[in-house]
Design a protein around this ligand. Sequence first.
Ligand code: CTP
Ligand code: MG
Length: 217
Amino acid sequence: MNPFYLVIPAAGIGLRSGRTGPKQFETVGGHSLLTLTLSRFLGHPALAGVMVALAPNQSPPDDFPVDPRIRLCVGGDTRALSVLKACQALRAPADAWVLVHDAARPFVTHDDIDALLDSLADDRAVYLVGAVADTLRTHDGETLPRERIHRVLTPQGARLGTLIRALDLPVTGTDEVSYLQAAGVPCVPVESMGHNLKITHPGDWALADALARQPGF
Ligand code: CTP
Ligand code: MG
């Protein structure tokens, strides 16, 4: 398997989370969220290096893993800028593979990471998606065909040079694929076999805590 780099944007303020501080430093199942998320990747034999983007003057959590592959950089005002700055700070070859993964998603599975890495190929990007369980209806009352819609998750991956070029484009998006598509890069969805919860709203904490305390997690 090809080596890959990991970028974790962790410079957000967690406005929707209902907590007073940034959510990635909150405790879930006895560990900080950031450390839990990092731990999903650190055991991967193909992981070459990690760049974590933190807000200015932010120290890592007390339980942050000691691992020579992990480095820190300062993020930006938007998620995309945090990812761009982390990609630039990696100083890896332009053709290196990079996976970008939200600090707020501690439940990504090893199988999903491997499925993404297996799907990476020249001139294309990959991203994890989940099926929609609910009926989808617009505010105007139109019901959307849910078989034509998926939930877009992370990790999302591409070659480092391709990702940096895309994130520099004058577009706005809440994930890497928005920028990669604008750059004309084919983006291939990979179906997730896990739940990959992103802790976002106050009600997510109790569920995350229960999941993180499961035996074998
Ligand atoms: N993020 C970042 N830099 C920003 C904004 C977000 O690195 N300027 C990171 C967050 O720390 C998080 C990931 O991007 O790990 C996904 O973003 P989201 O879940 O939206 O987190 P927040 O932006 O922190 O939360 P909110 O939108 O509720 O304020
Ligand atoms: Mg946000």
